[in-house]
Write a protein that binds this ligand. Structure first.
Ligand code: SAM
Length: 222
């Protein structure tokens, strides 16, 4: 299935979490992201939260590689929950919980959660370029609230760096996003993420170059 998607041409831009485009992007990026997570996720037991799980393809792909950890999917769009649960059931992942409703624009959706011991890590893949800039604030506040003391936030996607594009292809991608007429769409700047993170006492610890001019960003408490 994955090979079929990868062998087809690039589908046209469609950020719907169950679209062919998002499946195509996920098939390309999940292995490189898994390799980073293998290095970074804790070796001791804990719970990992995903924000904006979409179809659930990433969390269900990662979970079997970390049998000592539990994985908590989430999204603001509850219509994707059946899809997440279907993949979970098909793969028989016994360390993936049922999804939670978390909306990065609605603080009550994470403030109301039972914090227990906090999450060891939170990850969020490919949302910032197809979302309003306000979600940067939501993402950082949510991470500051829910991460345990040594926890970290992992963000993956295409970003600008201090006002500039890191490649011609990302500049072109940004133009495509702008041409849709959706005002909130477009590459966000790592400088803005850093600024908001600082406000919540989080610091950019690592910026890792990923294939196809994407970045993995790791934020943690100072
Ligand atoms: C492009 S899809 C990416 C999905 C998945 N992370 C992936 O890489 O396949 C963007 C996702 O962000 C979710 N999303 C958009 N706005 C959100 C918000 N305010 N809070 C939480 N999730 C949001 C959408 O429902 C969708 O699942």
């Amino acid at each position: 299935m994955v090979m079929n998607i990868m062998n087809q041409g690039k589908p046209s831009l469609d950020p719907h979490p169950l679209s062919e485009y998002v499946a195509w992007a996920g098939a390309r990026n999940r292995e490189p992201i898994l390799n980073v997570l293998k290095e970074k996720l804790p070796k001791e037991p804990g719970v990992i939260l995903e924000i904006a799980s979409g179809s659930g393809m990433h969390i269900n792909y990662f979970a079997p590689h970390f049998k000592h950890l539990f994985f908590q999917p989430s999204d603001y769009d509850t219509e994707v929950f059946d899809n997440i649960k279907n993949i979970l059931g098909k793969l028989g992942n016994d360390n993936v919980y049922d999804p939670l409703s978390i909306d990065l624009t609605q603080p009550k959706t994470w403030l109301n959660l039972d914090k227990k011991n906090g999450y060891s890590a939170i990850f969020c893949i490919n949302i910032f370029h197809v979302a309003p800039i306000d979600i940067i604030d939501g993402m950082m506040e949510c991470a500051a609230e829910l991460l345990n003391e040594n926890g970290f936030l992992f963000i993956y996607g295409p970003f600008k760096v201090d006002g500039t594009f890191n490649s011609a292809s990302n500049e072109q991608f940004n133009e495509t996003l702008n041409s849709t007429g959706v005002p909130e769409w477009g590459l966000k700047d790592i400088a803005d993420l850093k600024k908001v993170a600082e406000y919540y006492d989080l610091k950019l610890q690592e910026k890792i170059d990923m294939p196809s001019n994407n970045f993995s960003l790791i934020f943690a408490r100072k």
